[in-house]
Design a protein around this ligand. Sequence first.
Ligand SMILES: Cc1cc2nc3c(=O)[nH]c(=O)nc-3n(C[C@H](O)[C@H](O)[C@H](O)COP(=O)(O)O)c2cc1C
Length: 236
Amino acid sequence: MSARPVILLLSGSLRMGSTNEAVLRTAQVVAPSTMARAVIYDGLAELPHFNPDDDTDPLPLSVTRLRAAIERAAGILICTPEYAGTLPGSFKNLLDWTVGGTEICAKPVAWVNAAAPGRGGGAEATLRAVLGYTGADIVESACVKIPVDRGTVDEDGLISDPEVCRQLAEVLRLLVASGERASVADWAGLLAGGHVASCPASWGRVLAAAAEHDREGPREAGFEVFVAQREVVPAS
Ligand SMILES: Cc1cc2nc3c(=O)[nH]c(=O)nc-3n(C[C@H](O)[C@H](O)[C@H](O)COP(=O)(O)O)c2cc1C
């Protein structure tokens, strides 16, 4: 098995021939040059409509699969279109399913806005707001605008423009580097807090987020409740 960090690629488009998917497919191709392994999540269409009543064991299989993919990833790269000034409903639905799990908490996340110059700002703003509620670690330096014209997607569904490839490689590098820093912070947080040295990786991330919360106060309304609801801090 590869020891390379896995970056999970999430497309917000279900459209055949999607430009956003082409960006992610291209990121997958350039990933080996960055030490990362990029994996495309392909379950968006299978996710049920989010219902808090269903966010309990046993979870729908597609949700378990989504959360496991997030858990395994060192970082997440999103590329989504904007619909009616915000995220596509199906992609917002995916993000809603991440709120009830701890997997995305403190996970390095970035997005590529592939819309034409000056477009897509509504989707970006919604992403920022929703990811804030999930506790994801938005890697600002890796959130970039790479306008992609449909005509530049080749018949293999890839973008061969070398500048696009270069920019995507840089985004992946930044995500990987951020994931490495986060791992160190996880363990530093555990040790500093005197917590047990062996616990599920997701606990470590939540603990690190909670430690940051203690140091810096709530990053936004709701975060305090978010951390408290998890009740994951084991007795030291
Ligand atoms: C229903 C609908 C609503 C859209 N609303 C917006 C919008 O508000 N802002 C925008 O910049 N583009 C909007 N678009 C354009 C899409 O974002 C654009 O076509 C995008 O490239 C689609 O991504 P895809 O190729 O990955 O499917 C809309 C497209 C559709 C189908």
